[in-house]
Ligand binder design. Structure first.
Ligand code: PLP
Length: 362
């Protein structure tokens, strides 16, 4: 990419691309935030300056995602992976249901099993996780403490494309498609997401939970594992991830200014279409992993006819400054991740290269 900063087209699955205006603002405020005489990394989390940053980030998340008033928004640490355990530690009393649509759903099951009884209601293993299930055809335990779903599977690139509505409280791992399209938070009991895909830097994990869930928490948990402790202390039971909260707030403000999630979705659809069209128009040279009805707007895994051509494709794209296109070994081939801040010019450049590469190597 030939912008003023010499930035590449970053197709990384995470940590991932952050809006340039956010990086510019962070740069400008780096040594002296808002006249406070110090950087965000150096200020007390109990001081007036940081509290205003926290309040602003909180308000921005709520506005962007449309979080209803009966939900708490927490900024925690430990990544989405910690949430796999924490959800079960807090809410798994009798049994929970899990829908496994890919690698992250599988990890969530492994972590929850340590805490209690897990029913895997559906598992996409038979088709190597290339689709989401028809939720209406599944039978959930009406007595389950909750059902865990993954809205977008980052490695396999499969997405429901809508808010899953089920008869039991839904816990949703939204790490890789949060804020990528309008969302109805009221459909969920708890939503969590590591920030490093669509919301900012790694190190801060967004948790949104409905107030009534706080009454269902198991007693006797370690304080750091207890959502109630974090909720009662406004995410400041211990030192919060201050820098991450600051950037996350700026990222949310950026997308509010862009027109909100409806505008973000339009932009994401346009970008994804460019790559899916390149796959579908290649006469079978490229094959998408996900079935069309479950295609992700964020992560697009695809394969080439051979291992040799895949290596060649990756080497040539790397030279062009198209980074991190190598697919996960469980799927093979390539993966183009294009989160909210990824520019459409990058999708067009890759699609152009894909057509040329298929023509000369097909
Ligand atoms: C990246 C990712 C995770 C893991 O996040 P960490 O913050 O690294 O723990 C979990 N679930 C999904 C869907 C992801 O994309």
């Amino acid at each position: 990419m030939s912008d003023a900063y010499g930035r590449v087209f970053n197709f990384s699955a995470g940590p991932a691309v952050i809006p340039v205006p956010v990086l510019e603002q962070a740069r400008d405020e780096m040594l002296n935030w808002n006249g406070a005489g110090l950087s965000v990394m150096e200020m007390s989390h109990r001081g007036k300056s940081f509290l205003s940053i926290y309040e602003s980030a909180l308000a921005s998340v709520k506005e962007l995602l449309g979080v209803p008033d009966n939900y708490k928004v927490l900024f925690l640490q430990g990544g989405a992976s910690t949430q796999f355990s924490m959800v079960a530690q807090n809410f798994l009393h009798t049994s929970c249901d899990h829908v496994v649509t890919g690698a992250w759903g599988k990890k969530a099951v492994e972590a929850a099993k340590i805490e209690g009884k897990v029913n895997v209601v559906w598992d996409g293993k038979a088709t190597n996780y290339n689709q989401t299930p028809d939720l209406a055809s599944l039978t959930f335990d009406p007595k389950a403490d909750y059902v865990h779903v993954t809205s977008n599977e980052t490695i396999q690139g499969v997405d429901y494309g809508f808010d899953p509505v089920l008869g039991v409280p839904v816990v949703c791992d939204m790490s890789s498609n949060i804020a990528s399209r309008p969302v109805d938070i009221s459909k969920y009991a708890l939503v969590f997401a590591g920030a490093q895909k669509n919301l900012g830097p790694s190190g801060v994990t967004l948790v949104i939970l409905r107030d009534d869930m706080l009454e269902k928490i198991k007693p006797g948990l370690p304080p750091m594992a207890d959502y109630k402790v974090h909720a009662e202390n406004d995410s400041m039971y211990n030192t919060p991830p201050c820098w991450g909260i600051y950037i996350l707030g700026l990222v949310c403000q950026h997308w509010i200014g862009f027109g909100g999630l409806a505008a973000v979705e339009k932009s994401n659809q346009a970008k994804a279409k460019v790559i899916y069209d390149a796959i579908d128009g290649s006469g079978g040279f490229y094959k998408g992993h996900a079935v069309p009805a479950s295609r992700s707007l964020m992560n697009i895994p695809f394969t080439l006819p051979s291992e040799e051509l895949t290596e060649k494709f990756l080497a040539e794209t790397k030279k062009l400054g198209y980074l991190e296109l190598k697919g996960h070994r469980s799927v093979g081939g390539c993966r183009a991740s294009m989160y909210n801040a990824f520019p459409i010019e990058g999708a067009q450049a890759l699609a152009g290269f894909m057509a040329e590469f298929a023509r000369t190597n097909g």
